[in-house]
Write a protein that binds this ligand. Structure first.
Ligand SMILES: [Zn+2]
Length: 293
């Protein structure tokens, strides 16, 4: 069904017209996760050809200084710090693509697992777990054999050595410590996740951490406040839409490309039109949540 929609939006010319008109004067943030090397070369080449890829820092500085940004500006981001991201390093260097990778600071450099990718957990309904309080989620996960601090045989996240090698060309930023659903955390845990991840990444890798990507795109006013207090300069959501120089830096919008497997899928998703239509029809379950307090 999705493949049909991608083709319809591409070959009707709608995605092209959208890209060259609506999208032209705006800044589009794209979200990838676990893209394979062959897809990365094709996808990055397409983006370079049809957009002006800028770094996240360049965008944040332009908002803060009200300086000019190029037309059809795109910011390329990856969430989580998946082990496969290391394989993309040669292509990132070859094509000279500015990329920001958001790391879970207590998972990278270890053999701990991302809770939503642990083999026993993915057999169950991951989505329903996101609705639970963090305490309850961890309790249920334990019954599925997942323990947050446990190191497993296989590695899911980037190693310290890989981060050290990549950090000369990749902008690493924070995606909390353990990838909780922030609005489902109590105040102490939310603060710990937001503050400690920044401190850990700075002390472990000597990074300048100025950006937070809210795990699963879920955030509340409380989480924005904590991010500001912790010294972040911006917070990135997965809310559908574009950004510009007057955007709220702690509610930056982003389109999930989901590691597009074809040019048609990438063209349609990168234009933003696919998510805008989809979310108009069905409001996504993730996103902004009113604060508990
Ligand atoms: Zn994530």
């Amino acid at each position: 069904m999705s493949a049909f929609v991608y083709k319809a939006l591409r070959y009707s010319g709608v995605a092209w017209i959208w890209r060259e008109t609506v999208q032209r004067g705006r800044v589009t943030f794209l979200l990838f996760h676990d893209m394979e090397l062959c897809d990365a070369e094709r996808n990055f080449s397409y983006l370079k050809k049809h957009y002006h890829i800028i770094s996240l820092k360049q965008y944040v500085d332009a908002v803060r200084n009200q300086s000019v940004l190029p037309k059809k500006a795109v910011v390329v981001t990856f969430d989580d710090g998946h082990v496969s991201n290391y394989k993309l390093l040669p292509i990132i260097k070859k094509l000279n693509v500015p990329v920001t990778v958001f790391l879970c600071s207590s998972i990278v450099g270890t053999r701990r697992h991302f809770w939503f990718r642990h083999s026993e957990v993915v057999k169950h309904k991951v989505e329903s777990l996101k609705q639970l309080s963090t305490e309850e989620r961890l309790r249920v996960l334990q019954t599925m054999g997942f323990i947050q601090a446990k190191e497993y045989d296989d590695r899911q996240a980037l190693s310290s050595k890989e981060i050290e090698e990549m950090k000369t060309v990749v902008d690493f930023q924070s995606h909390t410590c353990f990838h909780p659903i922030l609005p489902q955390c109590d105040d102490t845990t939310a603060r710990e996740e937001i503050v400690s991840s920044k401190l850990q990444l700075e002390s472990l890798f000597g990074l300048d951490i100025y950006a937070l990507s809210y795990p699963n795109g879920d955030y509340s006013d409380r989480d924005i406040k904590l991010a500001k207090e912790a010294g972040y300069q911006c917070g990135i959501t997965v809310d559908s839409g574009y950004n510009n120089r007057s955007s709220d830096l702690f509610r930056l919008k982003r389109f999930s490309v989901n590691d597009a497997k074809s040019i048609t899928e990438l063209m349609v998703k990168a234009s933003g039109i696919y998510a805008l239509i989809k979310h108009k029809l069905h409001k996504p379950s993730y996103g902004y949540k009113p604060s508990r307090a």
